[in-house]
Design a protein around this ligand. Sequence first.
Ligand code: SR1
Ligand code: MG
Length: 427
Amino acid sequence: MHKPPGYRILDAESLRNLIAALPLSKQLWGKPDSWTIEEVGDGNLNLVFLIRGAEGGFAAKQALPYVRLVGESWPLPLSRAHYERAALSRQAELAPGLVPAIHHYDESLALIVMELLEPHIIMRHGMIAGTVYPRFAEDITTFMAATLFDTSSLALSAEDFKSLIAVFAGNTAMCKITENLIFTEPYTEAANNRWTSPWLDGHAALIREDADLKCAVSRLKLKFMGSPEAMIHGDLHTGSVMLTIGDTRLIDPEFAFMGPMGFDVGAVIANLLLNYFSQIGHEEAAGARDDYRAWILDTVESVWSLFRCKFLQRWEGCETGDAYPAALFSDTLGKAALARERRAFLDRLFQDSLGFAAAKMIRRILGIAHNIDLECIENTEIRATAESRSLMLAHDLMVNANGYSDIKVVTAVARQINAMDPCLSGS
Ligand code: SR1
Ligand code: MG
């Protein structure tokens, strides 16, 4: 593994010295030894420090040369910080106000010092607590429509589009994580896999034996590996969202590359649905979270319908992309054909998004990296009920995506599955 000269793993004191020597330290006020610095990273990969002075603060994220979740036995290139910075910079231009500002970048330390988001919290935690986020659907769809449409060949010239492919082409190690952990390992007897045993043993075995499902997930993997449609965030789950009631920021695009748009849209839908099914483990009495469940499913519907609308609007107002040259569609018949073409494109993207959502739900239950939404349910039987309901929906979404003509069908089926007898859904 390549470690740039000068790379060292930081701790609070070495970070204090490093920041103190930078001009941005003035924004913290007070002497460096008065700053508080704590390492708070709870993700799978990196160190995250919060640095607070008398008047302000920063967040500093450092890539480790290995996967934090597993340790040094699983090396991982530091270059992910380079791609994260490249993606964050591009996202800041395309979706202003929806990503944290970068204040300093040190390539040799794989360190990004950025805006401290306070009092924002990770969305997953807020949803476990039952907090409604009224801005979320608007903000996430603005982000996805802008970043996905504007980095595609629907908006860009052929030259600019290919340059963007080149910018992210080296992020192969991060793609490989996704290719293995999402599209392969949950469908085989991989050493990394784990699930809520013994309740889900049967589910896990059925998934390993289901040839149709394995074809469907491999079709999605093919699309992930070979469809550079747009610059995708690449890991857009609710742990990559920091928010308050009135402000939403998307963080952590270290998996960014030119990939299929549906991978991002599907990640958002999947993580909302996983949280929906997890609510049985968070409510104080049966039904106490029903209003919250309704908000989650409304949000799932809004995410797709607002995204579709905003993406179409961007396309309708854009004549710069080389994929559909404006000159071919300038007459009345051409305009009508292009309008139909746009809708057909969105229909295909919807199907892709449901497939990717399904893959993301299955990996969080049977693969290595689980979601706190489900993991924090201490009663294993209740957790298994939530997980098996999630698997039931995911399985159907993946093999039967064409049967879901509309996002409201997805939420209706989720509601039905959630109402099933726990014994049926947990067996
Ligand atoms: C071993 S890394 C596992 C997962 O963590 C990240 O958040 C990605 O989702 C990745 O798949
Ligand atoms: Mg992350």
